[in-house]
Design a protein around this ligand. Structure first.
Ligand SMILES: Cc1ncc(COP(=O)(O)O)c(C=O)c1O
Length: 420
């Protein structure tokens, strides 16, 4: 064969050396066609490496295929019953969730926000009262207080757990304080013993905002059973999420449960007999049926979240500059979020987003700096731990179906960022 000469011919010779079968083709007369094909390939601009698969922060669609059969059966059951509001599914869910939270009563509601409003109201909070709550939380914790015409009195957080700091209560409490709301943020219980001791000394009810921590525990006791009454959200992104809005109040108090049952249904104490102003916050049957299916999987999903957190922790332990989430001795964290803390957080968020790695800031503004509460007259510096957390926290991908290699990719990207 004689194709030496031009650059193209030299290249062809090179390929023939690599792929000897070509020689045969060249000799049998197809060489020109093949030669042209190779030249085309060689002259094409080099293709960049395909981007690795995105890692979403949360991927509900990764969960659905495994449970779709059960969900369809459950929804079909509701359709067949033609009972859509406050029926058998809701009643069964109330019992099952109460059992999970180790309490006697559950009252299904339309959302977690409604659960907070009705729990506060059932505890006697009214216009003009003050309620202590953490400033570092989702706005619903505060807006539930505001909805009753009461005043939210913010409390700073502990910098290691992001939960309310009971050491701050003494300087925030006044004779008008009527209740304390604690939030178990990201899936970790607040440190309840000192909170309950303070509340007892002042005869104040404690309401747990357990929207993010269903299934978590504190010193062997489940969140939801620690204060007098607890509020759950089944917003779709929660660890136990509906396919729409839903919520629940859980409590050991038969009296509080009965009051909330009345309030959720226009204050009706009997059919068409209203004894006080209420409104419509009823749980719908389709959501209840879906939640009952998902509840059967919750402990498996919870273990998966905990194992992902352990893997993140293991990998991050080799990387200085990243503060991992704390799960103190005796606290069982359920990792609604896996939240790291890092300087240059905003730059890291952009770096990860550019690499198609999902991440989110919960929450960028503490409540005392929200325009909603400007009339309360707070200014930057009033709650330094919450303000710093708002600038430094970043929640990384976390959901039960997350894969080990995806976690490794996230951690590698954070490590790469830290080298810049
Ligand atoms: C801490 C906290 N409290 C309250 C809520 C309100 O729940 P929902 O969205 O079901 O009204 C949420 C959920 O978004 C939350 O995360």
């Amino acid at each position: 064969m004689n194709c030496a000469g031009t650059t193209d011919e030299i290249l062809l010779e090179h390929y023939i050396r690599l792929y000897p079968a070509l020689q045969k083709t060249c000799i049998t007369g197809c060489s020109r066609i093949l030669y042209a094909a190779y030249l085309k390939i060689m002259s094409a601009p080099p293709q960049p490496n395909p981007l690795p698969e995105p890692v979403p922060q949360l991927d509900l669609s990764a969960q659905y295929p495994a449970i779709s059969g059960e969900i369809r059966t459950a929804v079909e059951r509701v359709m067949a019953s033609q009972q859509f509001v406050l029926g058998r599914e809701g009643a069964a869910l109330e019992e099952e969730i109460a059992k999970l939270c180790s309490v006697a009563h559950g009252v299904g509601l339309a959302s977690g926000t409604d659960a907070l409003i009705l729990a506060l109201r059932a505890c006697g909070v009214q216009a003009g009262d003050e309620v202590l709550l953490p400033t570092f939380t989702f706005v619903a914790t505060g807006s539930a207080v505001t909805a009753l015409g009461a005043k939210p009195v913010f409390v700073d957080i502990r910098p290691d757990t992001y939960n309310i700091n009971p050491a701050e209560f003494e300087r925030r409490v006044t004779p008008r304080t009527r209740a304390i709301v604690v939030v178990h943020l990201y899936g970790l219980a607040a440190d309840m013993d000192p909170i309950l001791a303070f509340a007892k000394s002042r005869k104040l009810p404690v309401i747990e905002d357990n929207a993010q921590a269903i299934g978590a525990s504190y010193k062997g006791r489940r969140t939801g059973s620690l204060g007098g009454v607890a509020c759950l959200s089944f917003y779709p992104t929660k660890n136990l999420g509906a396919y729409g809005d839903a919520g629940m109040v859980v409590t050991n108090s038969a009296e509080l449960a009965a009051r909330i049952r009345t309030l959720r249904n226009h204050g009706q104490s009997a059919k068409y007999l209203s004894s006080e102003p209420g409104w419509n916050s009823r749980l719908d049957e389709i959501q209840a049926a879906i939640l009952r299916v998902k509840l059967r999987h919750l402990s498996t999903w919870q273990r998966a979240r905990q194992s992902h957190a352990a893997e993140y922790n293991r990998l991050f332990s080799q990387i200085p500059g990243v503060m991992r989430p704390l799960a103190p001795e005796g606290f069982e964290h359920v990792y609604h979020q896996y939240t790291i803390r890092i300087e240059r957080r905003d730059a890291l968020q952009k770096f990860l987003s550019d690499r198609k790695i999902g991440c989110a800031v919960y929450y960028p503004y503490p409540l005392h700096l929200q325009p909603l509460y400007s009339a309360l007259g707070h200014k930057p510096g009033d709650f330094p731990h919450a303000e710093r957390a708002a600038q430094e926290v970043l929640s990384l991908p976390m959901y039960p179906e997350l894969r080990k290699e995806q976690i490794a990719r996230v951690v590698e990207a954070v490590a790469e960022f830290l080298k810049c």
